[in-house]
Design a protein around this ligand. Structure first.
Ligand code: ADP
Ligand code: ZN
Length: 229
């Protein structure tokens, strides 16, 4: 099973792909993660891509495509996260493998802003504690959102290590709107390319419930396409 997942910042796409990885033994390939790791290692590739990531610019297609091709060439089961980001990347991917389905996570921008601004992380750099203080219950354009908060047990202290919780710099509302706009602008041509081709099929899911339920809906979609039992 070969999948692509698209979803705006804050849509929980990373969580869903991790759960799909566990459930179906998919390799999760996130180009953003790969680049950050290579930069940390100080590898040749890391050095090449560092400035693009620092400036929030797209890494040139030839570099990204080579990295992804190398990763997936011997894989039967994977989920791509963060790739393809341009039509040329999509074409390169198509020329190499048959993707079985595209999972597209939808959410209204105001929900994403509310959810992302409510995100709190543990201030201890060695801890991955992650929380959310928003309690969202509302209907927008006929989509009913029920997204309960994920609060720490003790007042704004991490459950895992007791450190105070903080907000990431790029989780502030002004930055979030920019990130959402960039996502829309980047993703639209790629989505349009696949819609026009009518292949692979889309599984479109609204981020209107907690992650477990979103994943259930994704699995339902995969079942309908006979990709899983
Ligand atoms: P975000 O932009 O939400 O932080 P990622 O973690 O997916 O997302 O990507 C981080 C950075 O890595 C991007 O800003 C870009 O510089 C680079 N990158 C990741 N994937 C790609 C891709 N498919 N094409 C070009 N650049 C990419
Ligand atoms: Zn912690």
């Amino acid at each position: 099973m070969k999948l692509i997942i698209f979803g705006p910042p804050g849509s929980g796409k990373g969580t869903y792909s991790s759960k799909l990885k566990e459930k179906f033994g998919l390799e999760k390939i996130s180009t953003g993660d790969i680049f950050r790791e290579e930069i940390k290692k100080g590898s040749e590739l890391g050095k090449k891509v560092e400035k693009y990531l620092r400036e929030g610019k797209l890494v040139p297609d030839d570099i990204v495509i080579e990295v992804v091709i190398e990763k997936i060439k011997n894989l039967e089961k994977f989920i791509l996260d963060g790739f393809p980001r341009t039509v040329d990347q999509a074409k390169a991917l198509d020329s190499m493998v048959n993707i079985d389905a595209i999972i597209k996570i939808n959410a209204h921008p105001e929900i994403l802003v509310e959810k992302i601004s409510a995100r709190r992380i543990c201030s201890n750099p060695k801890c991955d504690g992650n929380y959310n203080v928003a309690d969202i219950r509302k209907v927008i354009d006929g989509v009913e959102y029920i997204l309960p908060p994920l609060l720490p047990k003790n007042d704004m202290k991490c459950d895992k290590c007791g450190s105070p919780l903080i907000q990431r710099d790029d989780d502030k509302p002004s930055v979030i709107m920019d990130r959402l706009k960039v996502y829309e602008e980047q993703t639209k041509p790629v989505i349009d390319y696949y819609l026009k081709k009518k292949k692979p099929p889309f599984i479109e899911i609204w981020m209107s419930r907690p992650p477990e339920q979103v994943v259930e809906k994704i699995v339902e979609g995969l079942r309908k396409l006979n990709l899983v039992k």
